[in-house]
Ligand binder design. Sequence first.
Ligand code: B1M
Length: 228
Amino acid sequence: MDELLKTIADRVIVGRAHAASPHPPELAGQPGVRELVEEAIAKGGDAQVILQQGLLAGMEVVGQRFRDCEIFIPDVLASCQAMRAGSELLRPLLQEGDASPRGKFIIGTVKGDLHDIGKNLVAMMLEGAGFEVIDLGTNVSAEKFIEIAREHPGVPIGLSALLSTTMASMQTTVKALLGADLPQAPVTVVGGAPVTQQFADEIGANGYAADASSAVDVVKRLVEQTAV
Ligand code: B1M
């Protein structure tokens, strides 16, 4: 299984989504992330392990290479497609288990920010924990968050930001939600690579989560607190 997980990570890095893909040409005819994840599942691999040690391990390297200017946006997009081909297969498995209905959860990536892989994982894990997720997508304005918060009073709202520049949008959005005339006070959870607990406290967010698994714990805790 270790070798298979390593190959999955390698195929995420080179952006090989599936066997029929022409990219990259030197791997023509060879399995992509989709087939390899199918194989790992068929061999009884744990969905969390495949996600962490296969897909996310690959994305970690992609992030380092992008930062070091060894690869460029088209390469990163190919890796994102490969990551998606695998995570879609894992989605139903990550949703098994403790999935008793727990209410709704709103999530979006803040205005100016197009990164959605982390946000999608958070949404997937919350669905897995029994939440009905309302996913607003990326580049979501403060006005849109307020509109949806008004339609769904008291439902916790997750904001994701991946750029240091869009942390300002996150701050603006939380401030706008707190200042909006909503039927119930908004409950916000923030996260994304540049976001920290300290920043969450500074902007008045109710919760911060460093990764998708801890987002589930934070949201559950906030829901319990608001129900008391
Ligand atoms: Co972008 N990008 N990118 N990029 N990109 C980063 C974020 C960057 C760190 C790369 C780098 O330079 N090292 C850098 C930001 C630097 C900074 O601001 N500090 C960067 C840049 C600069 C840019 C552009 C400006 C590049 C350019 O155009 N010159 C541009 C901006 C576009 C925009 O948004 N307006 C850009 C574009 C892109 C692509 C479109 C090519 C692509 C995004 C495709 C997509 O998402 N559909 C992309 C990608 C893929 C990355 C990297 C390589 C990977 C991000 C990722 O998906 N990671 C990234 C480098 C890196 O992060 N190391 C980078 C995997 C994902 C699972 O992790 O998103 O962190 P992450 O999510 C985690 C946690 O953060 C947390 O849980 C998740 C799962 O554990 N989490 C939450 C996330 N949201 C949460 C919400 C929560 C709780 C937890 O509660 C609600």
